[in-house]
Design a binder for this molecule. Structure first.
Ligand SMILES: C[S@@+](CC[C@H](N)C(=O)[O-])C[C@H]1O[C@@H](n2cnc3c(N)ncnc32)[C@H](O)[C@@H]1O
Length: 615
């Protein structure tokens, strides 16, 4: 029954999502029927059973009033629990095919305090029309489907400079019909994205507390409560902490469960193989029967019950064999459904999982190394394999290809390459002393220049939610991105492990705050009418340093002010999980740069540089 119910729910959910996104006349009804087809040797009749009828307008109204609609890409199943009984939805500088990334050109400090903006990366500048520096030169970001090739920025100064745009950043998509024909993510893609989310969530695996300790802790927290339900602020906060604690411990327990169950399948197979050798006189079916009986006795389950569970556990083992232990451990509750119904459990899915294996291990080892301790339960090595910062490794999208230490990927240009990962920009005190060149003048109160709401580092006082994943009083969680080896001559690039919704911040362009650099890649910016500054990422910064240029980029640089300090934010224009994250470096970057663009887009503006130079 469970399986039937699951299949029906999925089917009906999909139909409902389609209907809601289509035009239907007012007062349309969706009638749900089933046909009971009796065998020919019986009556030969088909009996129609009307199960229920749904008012489409009501349905559409409910979906629209819901905070996340299926049209925004949130899994429909997660939003509406369909009640079956009631029927209503409750690199560079040479013209070659291979570019050199961040060439080991010695950077020169210019004497002039306001250096010529040579070779600067300009954020979002390419989307500006060629009409000078007037603030009204607004080139709007259109929805992805209708976005046009932006006009080329005229040559200004040198090249290799990027800038942040202080106008608009991509807004979250309206819940209109623009997405109505969007394909739903496949089950495997949902599972994979779930794995990435869990790996990048520092709270997903708590180690060391056993259940008894957790219960004791919960009881202590609850002891002073005035009623069974938390009513005061403190009581509610305690209840929330208890709930979080239990949820985290049960997630850990769940990880224990899946690895032990997957391992048990290997034990079962080993026992079967041993029996085949010891009792060669028996037929294969008899060997199987003996082992099943042994297992049923120990589990105290019927054979049917055991077989049902084994079917799911075999799924866990298949996932472990394809994607490795780390993916299995971080898969989360979605894995049960995936294995139970084996929806999309095909060769294509298995190949996706195989190419995920080493990438997931790097992320798990560097972000949540305690995951390895769980492996002692199944006799596997608990040795951490990939050490350091997650972005100290350049991973491969191809299955079986080992991640490479970042420094190795720059060896041919710079044998001594090092990169220091920074959370926040650092001030080049030789240039700026202790003064942050990004700071605007102002009082203790800060209001967002974009949404006009109050910004504060105190949770209760902050109202600005422009980029909550970067700027909010809550601690930041690691961004689900990886540095990867590109296969078209661009050396490294940045890959999105999870989707980034349009308008969502991917990360802040973080590096050394300096000035006067020439002939190296820099971000050029200016806070108000203060002296311009540069952000240099040559040897220190964050993952934004690895974003390649595309003439049809899926992200853009934007200036944003948080607590009176200007930031350069990489904002998504809508990026799917598994895609390379790209920005448009702009004409100013490419000017005088003897490299060709390898973005491969039909609208590429910098692919034929030889031709340009001869004009
Ligand atoms: C900010 S770095 C990006 C990361 C770089 N690919 C790496 O491996 O370090 C910029 C350099 O990457 C390379 N690059 C980025 N986008 C490119 C493109 N579309 N075509 C060719 N090379 C590109 C160029 O060498 C460029 O100077």
């Amino acid at each position: 029954m469970d399986m039937l119910r699951g299949r029906l729910i999925n089917k009906i959910d999909d139909i409902l999502a389609q209907i809601v996104s289509q035009e239907t006349p007012l007062n349309s009804q969706l009638q749900i029927e089933a046909n009971l087809v009796l065998p020919q040797d019986s009556t030969g009749l088909t009996r129609r059973v009307v199960l229920d009828s749904i008012d489409i307008d009501d349905l559409r109204h409910q979906v629209a009033s819901h905070s996340g609609s299926p049209l925004t890409g949130t899994p429909y199943h997660a939003q509406h629990a369909f009640n079956m009984s009631h029927g209503l939805p409750s690199p560079m500088n040479t013209i070659t095919s291979e570019s050199t990334p961040y060439p080991p050109v010695e950077h020169t400090m210019l004497d002039a305090p306001h250096p010529a903006p040579a070779n600067t990366l300009l954020s979002s500048q390419p989307v500006l029309p060629d009409t000078g520096s007037n603030a009204n030169n607004f080139y709007p970001i259109l929805p992805a489907e209708v976005e046009q090739t932006p006009p080329t920025t005229p040559p200004v100064g040198g090249g290799r400079q990027v800038e942040g745009d202080d106008r608009t950043f991509p807004k979250r998509r309206k819940q209109d019909n623009a997405n109505s024909h969007k394909m739903e993510q496949s089950t495997i893609d949902k599972l994979i994205e779930g794995i990435w989310e869990q790996i990048h969530n520092p709270k997903s695996l708590a180690m060391g507390d056993d259940l008894k300790e957790t219960m004791q802790w919960v009881l202590e927290k609850m002891s002073g409560q005035t009623s069974r339900f938390a009513t005061t602020n403190l009581e509610f906060s305690n209840a929330t902490k208890c709930c979080r604690q239990i949820t985290t411990s049960s997630r850990t327990a769940r990880a224990f469960e899946v690895i032990v169950q997957a391992h048990w399948i290997d034990c079962y197979n080993a026992r079967l193989a041993a029996l085949r050798e010891d009792r060669a006189e028996l037929r294969p079916q008899e060997h199987k029967k003996i082992v099943l009986t042994e297992a049923c006795t120990s589990f105290s389950w019927s054979e049917k019950e055991l077989r049902n569970r084994m079917a799911i556990w075999k799924g866990y083992r298949e996932i472990k064999d394809a994607a490795g232990w780390s993916a299995l451990i971080f898969a989360g509750p979605g894995i049960y459904r995936f294995c139970k119904y084996r929806l999309g459990f095909d060769e294509d899915a298995m190949n996706k999982l195989r190419s995920l294996k080493l990438r997931a291990e790097v992320a798990a080892d560097t972000l949540q190394p305690q995951w390895r301790q769980l492996l002692s339960l199944v006799g596997e090595s608990t040795q951490i394999h990939w050490r350091g910062h997650p972005h100290d490794w350049a991973v491969s999208k191809k299955k079986g290809e080992d991640p490479v230490p970042l420094a190795v990927t720059y060896k041919k240009w710079d044998p001594n390459f090092t990169y220091q990962n920074l959370e926040d920009s650092v001030i080049d005190t030789d240039q700026w002393g202790e003064t942050d060149p990004r700071r605007f003048e102002g009082g203790p109160e800060h209001y967002c220049k974009s949404c006009s709401l109050r910004q504060s580092s105190i949770a209760e006082e902050n109202e600005c939610e422009c980029f909550p994943n970067l700027y909010s009083p809550n601690p930041r969680t690691p961004t689900p991105v990886q540095v990867f080896r590109t296969d078209n001559g661009k050396n490294n690039g940045l890959i999105a492990c999870c989707a980034f919704e349009r308008g969502q911040a991917v990360g802040e362009f973080v590096g050394k705050l300096t000035k006067g650099l020439a002939d190296v890649d820099v971000m050029q910016s200016q806070a108000g009418d203060h002296e311009p500054y540069q952000i240099w990422q040559g040897r220190c910064g964050n993952f934004t340093r690895f974003m390649n240029h595309s003439c049809a980029s899926n992200c853009q640089f934007q200036t944003f002010s948080w607590l009176g300090v200007q930031r350069i934010v990489v904002v998504s224009k809508g990026v799917q999980a598994g895609k390379e994250l790209t920005v448009d470096y702009s004409g100013r970057y490419w000017d005088n740069l003897d490299k060709v663009c390898l973005c491969g887009e039909p609208c590429c503006r910098y692919k034929d540089r030889r031709k340009l130079a001869s004009v």
